[in-house]
Design a binder for this molecule. Structure first.
Ligand code: ASP
Length: 348
């Protein structure tokens, strides 16, 4: 009799372990996904008007699949994203993912700078567990708001075992993108997120997750960067190249104390002649200068039309200027040796 009672107890415990729902944290930062308007058919709304509890209660289905916990990190339009919020978010993600019971994290975020935050977290969060950024192109009060299904999909991706070790992910419009690759490509459309150089890595359809590719670059757990003891990031400015350009912005960046400058150059990362001269002077003075392209895809080749070795420039591989800036800020917390930084652009 005792034996049977024990057996039944073990079966009960085993079943409840199997049935236990994974814990997923939703860290909310604002954006259109938390936006609200007076009317369902307007493109003008206030970003970051709805809090994390309201976001969660708009998608009750996520409570059926996961033990959902919400925290408000910020409530801003992501055009106002800043280093302080990045550091708070990354440190909180590091803490939470260390907890055994936490399966993954979903970060709700505005879409304007989502790619920068995603790549920053990809470089500094020390865990293999999934971190998924999600947003919306339509405010929560819009007709056909895209936020609720995006959140449902993001939670499914965050709790899926197949997402472990893939680095930080962005889930929007039924697609899964790697943080390093993804960029916003259309101002207002729901299919705005693309990975121009590599394509999406997976899909998520009403919660069903499928992966097709892995990123080959270092990220999260195997990243050498850590922000645990860092309370500020160095200033890095982006200079956007064009015809009849002026060196004034490079000079101002240096005067204002930039430790790095990223050029979003024309074509293969090319600067206007007077800009090239100003950048070479900046490099000589110890500012790390990284060339990228304003074209939106492709890699900026070393020494093609610009003599990088002679002028002291680094190239940003195929990162866009915004992401090359993120890597440079993080890299500068460790070194300002340009050869070492050039190597990092090949690894991350
Ligand atoms: N400006 C908004 C933001 O980035 C746009 C959005 O979320 O779609 O917060």
């Amino acid at each position: 009799m005792k034996f049977f009672k024990g057996l039944i107890l073990m079966m009960f415990l085993g079943a409840s372990v199997l049935m236990a729902k994974p814990t997923v944290y939703i860290l909310a930062t604002g954006g259109t996904i938390a936006g609200s308007a007076d009317n369902a058919l307007t493109g003008s709304y206030k970003s970051g008007a709805v809090n994390v509890d309201a976001l969660i209660s708009a998608v009750p289905q996520i409570n059926e699949i996961a033990n959902i916990k919400g925290e408000q990190i910020a409530n801003i339009g992501s055009q106002a994203m800043n280093n302080e919020t990045w550091l708070t978010l990354a440190k909180r993600a590091n803490e939470l993912l260390k907890q055994k019971d936490v399966a993954g994290i979903v970060v709700t975020h505005g879409t304007d700078t989502m790619e920068e935050t995603a790549y920053f977290l990809n470089l500094v969060v020390k865990s293999d567990k999934p971190i998924v950024l999600v947003g919306a192109m339509r405010a929560s009060t819009s007709m056909s708001a895209d936020g609720p299904l995006n959140i449902y999909n993001a939670v499914n991706v965050a709790m899926d075992k197949a997402s472990v070790g893939k680095g930080v992910l962005v889930v929007m419009n039924d697609e899964i993108h790697a943080a390093r690759e993804v960029t916003k490509t259309i101002t207002t459309a729901v299919n705005t997120f693309k990975s121009p150089n590599t394509g999406k890595i997976g899909t998520v359809n009403y919660g069903i997750v499928n992966y097709y590719m892995n990123s080959t670059r270092k990220h999260t757990k195997n990243s050498e960067f850590s922000i645990n003891n860092i309370s500020a990031l160095p200033r890095v400015d982006i200079i956007f190249g064009h015809s009849e350009d002026t060196p004034d912005f490079v000079k101002t960046a240096v005067e204002k104390g930039a430790k790095g400058i990223v050029l979003a150059g024309v074509g293969n990362g090319n600067p206007y002649p007077s800009v090239e001269e100003a950048l070479a002077e900046a490099a000589k003075a110890g500012v790390v200068v990284v060339r990228t392209s304003r074209t939106g895809s492709g890699s900026t080749s070393v020494g093609a039309e610009v003599d990088d070795a002679k002028l002291g420039f680094v190239t940003g591989d195929n990162l866009n200027a915004a992401k090359a800036r993120v890597l440079l800020m993080v890299a500068l917390t460790k070194t300002n040796d340009k050869d070492k930084i050039q190597k990092l652009y090949k690894e991350y």
